[in-house]
Design a protein around this ligand. Structure first.
Ligand SMILES: *Cc1c(COP(=O)(O)O)cnc(C)c1O
Length: 388
């Protein structure tokens, strides 16, 4: 594959394709992170990032993966032994609750089938049953990247409110931020966790926490040990345009460029583009006679479509054929769904023909793997792209 000509198709649901102008911005010379130019960049970025989260509050930017930002959300708001309510939407929810356990939190992990989002009714039921008010946080993965299911956050917020429970709402928006409608303030989210390498079109390496006043208040008494992730010194340093430790300078140049691009397209248009590509991808999957993982029409992901393969097929073998023949990477099934599904990433720097090429590669790969599919799948997707 080292001799492949043309561009590699990186159609995993993150890291996503990085636009050329973002790559160019990242390749600028590294500057003094304590100098005046950098302070200006910091102030500019900390403002420009807010609309993407839908917040007027502070946003922490860490030199970390998304997993680091998960940890930051937990250690800044909770104390050893606190109960947290988590929902098994898929592999990422599973990993986050494992982290919570390893940090010394008590986790109620509500089982799920991987084909539905968090059930708002179940959130209300669990919180109403907690008459001692011992649950301190509800953790939700907004877009479960491992299954292509997006949970209905406004309804989850409403469910929490109907119980009058004061638990914090912590949300992983790593693969929805910048590709699906997201409203930290309006939805009453206390901590939004995000990362750079999905909808924000950057390489991996930045983690984010958007935080509410209530989360900030909780951080004043939260007892979990923390140092690197501590919000307080970051907020103080940010006010001066700096960070408590060396930030990922060049990724921040990239972030400035990516935010400019999102702003120029307009967030509503960005979200509509993702939703439309997702509809076209589902039309292809159904056209082939295959099944989309997500079973609820209200919960389809705009950023990734997970495709269930027939029982007698190995999804990883199909991915391997597609990589070898067409130089395209698709997402693997994770955890419980290893070998059972493959995932088509359609988020970030992406247009109609990227999707058409992606789906053509998938269709040929399915045929080469010997699946008895209907070759009308790609046409069904093109119909959507042509008409919507
Ligand atoms: C990618 C992803 C993560 C993990 O982020 P890393 O940067 O790999 O640590 C967590 N949650 C979701 C929903 C993701 O899509």
């Amino acid at each position: 594959m080292s001799q492949a000509s043309g561009r590699h198709f990186l159609q995993i649901p993150g890291p996503t394709n990085v636009p050329d102008q973002v790559l160019r911005a990242i390749s600028s010379p590294t500057i003094d992170h304590r100098g005046p130019d950098f302070a200006e960049l910091t102030h500019q970025l900390l403002d420009a990032i807010k609309p993407v989260f839908g917040t007027a509050g502070p946003v922490m930017i860490y030199p970390s993966s998304g997993t680091g930002a998960w940890e930051a959300a937990l250690v800044n708001t909770l104390s050893p032994g606190d109960r947290v309510l988590c929902f098994e939407t898929g592999q990422f929810a599973t990993l986050w609750q494992e982290m919570a356990r390893s940090l010394g939190l008590q986790v109620d992990f509500v089982p799920g089938d991987g084909r539905h989002g968090v059930d708002p009714g179940l959130v209300a039921e669990k919180l109403a049953a907690d008459t001692a008010r011992s649950i301190k946080a509800v953790c939700v993965v907004h877009n479960e990247t491992s299954t292509g299911v997006t949970s209905r956050l406004p309804e989850i917020r409403q469910a929490i409110d109907t119980t009058g429970h004061s638990a914090l709402l912590l949300v992983d928006a790593i693969s929805s931020l910048g590709s699906a409608d997201y409203r930290h303030d309006e939805w009453g989210v206390d901590v939004t966790v995000a990362g750079s390498q999905k909808g924000l079109m950057l390489p991996p390496g930045l983690g984010f926490n958007a935080i509410s006043d209530k989360a900030l208040e909780a951080s004043r008494t939260a007892g979990l040990p923390r140092s690197y992730w501590d919000w307080k010194p970051i907020i103080e340093a940010n006010q001066r345009g700096s960070f408590p430790y060396t930030p990922a300078t060049n990724l921040l140049y990239g972030l400035r460029e990516a935010l400019r691009m999102l702003d120029a397209e307009g967030l509503p248009a960005v979200f509509a583009r993702h939703a439309r590509h997702a509809r076209a991808a589902r039309a292809a999957v159904r056209g082939w006679g295959l099944e989309v993982m997500c079973l609820d029409e209200r919960e389809h992901s705009g950023s990734v479509t997970a495709v269930l393969v027939p029982q007698d097929q190995d999804a990883d073998k199909i991915r391997q054929i597609i990589l070898e023949r067409f130089d395209m990477s698709l997402g693997a099934g994770l955890g419980k769904f290893t070998g059972r599904i493959f995932r088509i990433g359609h988020l970030g720097h992406f247009n109609d023909l990227t999707l058409a090429g992606t789906l053509a590669g998938v269709q040929m790969g399915l045929q080469l793997a010997g699946l008895d599919i209907d070759p009308g799948g790609v046409d069904a997707a093109l119909d959507v792209l042509r008409s919507e």
